[in-house]
Write a protein that binds this ligand. Structure first.
Ligand code: UGA
Length: 435
């Protein structure tokens, strides 16, 4: 089947490359000429493990194409996926739908033969209805149908998430659209991946419910971690033990400096707003963002206390800047809150991140960037781990201790064993390890 992906950002590119890898013929469309030129030259605009190789292999196989021309992309396509951004509207908290609706209009103008317009962008409930109206102003009703197909890709693991999904959610009304969607996802259905067919509105809600539930899980364990520090408990044992309960599950119970990224913060705000608009406010969700924002600031107090009450004139080494490992994405990263506050308190920051340094350098003025983890630590008064890249887990701890001026380690992701660190003579502070 020929498929057009409208928007070649994170979601469009990963989904497009994976669909091509399943054997479909995919054209990724984007307005950004530089991005399309780079992709045509075999360069991926984002860092995602395995993506460059997947793109190159499918380009070579003649199944994956890139263009700035939506008409060319749509020609012969039976499905057109909308994969554009829905950022937070400033001051409102709701999702800015302008790019989705613009894409819908352009798709409508380009329709020649029957096409299913599939919205993959995370959108408020009712977005598919709005897309349908927009397309209907430009193309005859019998030439298109609209479906919702939310994405559940985690950055850093997006290809695996696409190819071995916990489930695929398809919101579709009408047999023709359902047939096309089934054909697109047949390779996954054959592999036994659950495919959930539902209404478009329900599909739209599932996406928000999934992300916000996960954000709530993270926030819950973070608050348990704080409590552990006060009452003398170990959050890692709590997470392990409650996680063994199959009704709870261990995943997304890792305490840290607060969730970040392009999805959890935005989707939590958007669900709050749409629930208020629907006169069904969600009190639990309303407090999530506030609790999470305050947490990032509270991490600074933790670091200052570990440094003896002041960081003035101190050199702090920071390992990991991206909002999570295996990405170069800095959106809403805790480091963007923590580092400037440490600088304001008089610290000099030297940082290392395996992939995020180029993005981070634009957002963190005054931060020195080191060429590697040991170089970062040299002569520092404290080490702070902000993001849990695997490369930091197996550092030679004796070398770490020798490189630091003071053996202070603030581990905001609990990647080092507390007992070992203390035996080695580190002043070690983790998260929620009051025991
Ligand atoms: C998230 C969802 O996991 C995906 O399923 C979804 O498709 C995606 O949003 C989206 O809507 O596009 P992502 O933002 O890439 O994916 O990252 P996650 O792995 O979910 O992590 C989000 C944040 O939570 C990160 O800052 C991470 O450090 C934090 N986190 C996660 C924790 O602090 N503890 C955990 O146990 C898990």
């Amino acid at each position: 089947m020929r498929i057009a992906m409208i928007g070649s950002g994170y979601v469009g590119l990963v989904s497009g490359a994976c669909l091509a890898d399943f054997g479909h013929e995919v054209v990724c469309v984007d307005k950004d000429e530089a991005k399309i030129a780079a992709l045509n030259a075999g360069q991926s605009p984002i860092y995602e493990p395995g993506l460059s190789e997947l793109v190159a292999a499918n380009q070579r196989a003649g199944r994956l194409f890139f263009t700035t021309d939506i008409r060319e992309g749509m020609r012969g396509a039976q499905a057109a996926f909308i994969c554009v951004g829905t950022p937070t509207l400033p001051g409102e908290g709701g999702a800015d739908m302008r790019y989705v609706y613009q894409a819908a209009g352009e798709i409508g103008d380009a329709i020649e033969t029957f096409v299913v317009v599939v919205n993959k962008s995370t959108s408020p409930i009712g977005a598919c209805d709005a897309i349908e109206s927009i397309v209907a102003e430009r193309a005859p009703r019998d030439k298109f149908a609209v479906a919702s197909n939310p994405e559940f890709l985690r950055e850093g693991a997006a290809i695996d998430d696409f190819k071995q999904p916990d489930r695929v959610v398809i919101g579709v009304e009408g047999e023709a659209a359902r047939r096309v969607m089934r054909e697109i996802y047949q390779p996954l259905e054959r592999n036994g991946s659950p495919i959930v067919y539902t209404t478009r509105r329900t599909a739209e809600l599932i996406k928000y419910a999934a992300n916000v539930f996960l954000a709530m899980k993270v926030t819950f364990i973070n608050e348990i971690a704080d409590l552990c520090e006060r009452v003398g408990g170990d959050v890692m044992d709590v997470a392990h033990a409650i996680g063994l309960d199959k009704r709870i599950g261990r995943r997304f119970l890792n305490p840290g400096p607060g969730f970040g990224g392009s999805c959890f913060p935005k989707d939590t705000l958007a669900l709050t707003k749409l629930a208020i608009d629907a006169r069904s406010p969600m009190r639990l969700v309303e407090t999530l963002v506030d609790v999470n924002d305050k947490r990032k600031v509270a991490m600074v107090g933790k670091i200052v206390r570990a440094c003896g009450g002041s960081v003035k004139g101190k050199r702090i080494a920071v390992l990991g800047l991206t909002y999570k490992p295996n990405t170069d994405d800095m959106r809403d990263a805790p480091s963007l809150v923590i580092l400037p506050l440490l600088q304001q308190a008089g610290a000099t920051i030297v940082a290392f991140d395996p992939e995020g340094a180029a993005q981070a350098a634009k957002l963190l003025p005054g931060v020195e960037f080191a060429s590697g983890p040991y170089a970062c630590l040299e002569g520092a008064d404290a080490l702070v781990v902000v993001t849990e890249w695997d490369a930091f887990r197996a550092l030679d701890l004796a070398r770490v201790k020798a490189a630091l001026r003071e053996p202070v380690v603030v581990d905001l992701r609990n990647i080092y064993p507390q007992s070992v660190m203390r035996e080695m003579g580190f002043k070690y502070v983790g998260i929620g390890r009051g025991a």
